[in-house]
Design a protein around this ligand. Structure first.
Ligand SMILES: Cc1ncc(COP(=O)(O)O)c(C=O)c1O
Length: 384
């Protein structure tokens, strides 16, 4: 109930109560929508558990931070934030196009990949449509589709990998979109060249394939596809990438979709006028040019990854070899591994909310974070 005060005579005011039933107002699609759960922050843990020196290895951020060039570019741009940003992200789009060898018409810069996914859903999904995804996978695909009332067909993973034949079997005349995540969050496995070609060649006409490569810059397997090469022959292919991961700009929210000019034109219609802020645009541009920072970030990740692999093997904990900057670990005999790490000030992601109970997902950290992880894991295993 919402009180409303109405003047009933010169000196009298009456409080009127009006019925306000949120359930009646809500769209059916939104009523049952779960809220995205981002995992715990060190501040939350400090408040809840009174642990002050927590480290976060949970959200697949770059532990080296942003490129120094990005910080400098932002410092210079600070005095211009009274001016709206370029709604078209023209300079950044041009730079991405040059780097990727594409026309700028094939690029849509967005407020993170999350926005690109929403735009895809706004533009292409409605109540009678279906989306095919792996289970588990990154949850934003499903949230975007369900917001538009589309039905999501989830196809369980096989051996921690997206089951490509199974996903193709789930396609029917109502399917508007399939989403492949490669490397896959939360397992770190990736789609091979053969698998991508199978999907592109098997999907019936007029279907969209979103190929989410948020972590692709970390991948080391030479057998992975260069998805960009398929764009010219498959106008329904949409590749998504981000500045949140290896470029270290998660807090600024900049991502992009690489697609046909036709798809881009559709996304233009539904995006906000100024979707990417000024600081984000200049920081992304400077980050793109700082290849040294990307190289260091990749090397640091590789070093940390190998170190965590060795540690897990020594402690007898099973893990999934990763193409990304996170490692999925089987809890094994330590059912409450997530909580026990948390109590030692190490925040990782619990498998349950990611749709893979019995596991934790650890973001590869810098040396200090990996030291803390090692101490905590050793102590837990020693306790039994
Ligand atoms: C697979 C995947 N895609 C997209 C995103 C979102 O990226 P952005 O920060 O650009 O919205 C994430 C974030 O964790 C992710 O794991």
């Amino acid at each position: 109930m919402c009180p409303i005060i109405r003047r009933t005579s010169t000196y009298r005011y009456t409080v009127i109560r009006m019925a306000f039933d949120i359930e009646k107002l809500l769209r059916d699609e939104v009523r049952d929508l779960p809220i995205y759960s981002p995992g715990k922050s060190p501040e939350e843990i400090a408040r809840e558990l009174c642990i002050e020196d927590c480290i976060k290895m949970a959200s697949n951020e770059n532990p080296l931070g942003p490129s120094p060039k990005a910080m400098e570019a932002m410092a210079q741009a600070l005095s211009t934030v009274n001016i709206y940003p370029d709604g078209d992200s023209y300079t950044l789009r041009q730079a991405l196009a040059d780097k990727l060898g594409l026309r700028p018409e094939c690029l849509m810069v967005s407020h993170g990949v999350d926005e690109a996914l929403d735009l895809m859903a706004y533009a292409f999904l409605s109540r009678d449509d279906e989306m095919v995804v792996g289970e588990p996978t990154f949850t934003s695909y499903e949230l975007a589709a369900r917001t538009m009332g589309a039905l999501v067909r989830r196809v369980p993973l096989k051996d921690y990998c997206q089951d490509i034949p199974g996903m193709l079997d789930a396609v029917n005349e109502k399917t508007a979109m399939m989403v492949l995540c490669s490397p896959l969050n939360p397992t770190g496995t990736a789609v091979s060249r053969t698998e991508l070609e199978l999907v592109l060649n098997s999907l019936p006409e007029n279907k969209i394939l979103i190929f989410d490569e948020a972590y692709i810059e970390y991948a080391t397997d030479p057998g992975l596809p260069h998805a960009l090469e398929y764009l010219k022959d498959y106008p329904g292919l949409v590749i998504t990438r981000t500045f949140s991961k290896i470029y270290g700009l998660a807090g600024l929210r900049v991502g992009y979709a690489i697609c046909s000019p036709e798809v881009r034109g559709a996304l233009e219609k539904v995006k906000l006028p100024f979707n990417v802020n000024r600081l984000g645009q200049v920081a992304a541009l400077a980050s793109l040019e700082d290849e040294e920072h990307v190289r260091r970030s990749r090397e640091e990740n590789e070093r940390g990854k190998q170190r965590i692999y060795r540690l897990l093997e020594e402690l007898g904990l099973e893990y999934v070899p990763t193409q990304a900057n996170f490692i999925l670990v089987n809890n094994g005999n330590y059912a409450d591994l997530f909580d026990r790490l948390l109590r030692r000030g190490v925040i990782v992601r619990a498998g349950e909310p990611l749709g893979i109970p019995g596991h934790i997902r650890i973001t590869v950290g810098d040396e200090h974070q990996n030291d803390r992880l090692e101490q905590a894991l050793r102590a837990i295993v020693a306790e039994g």
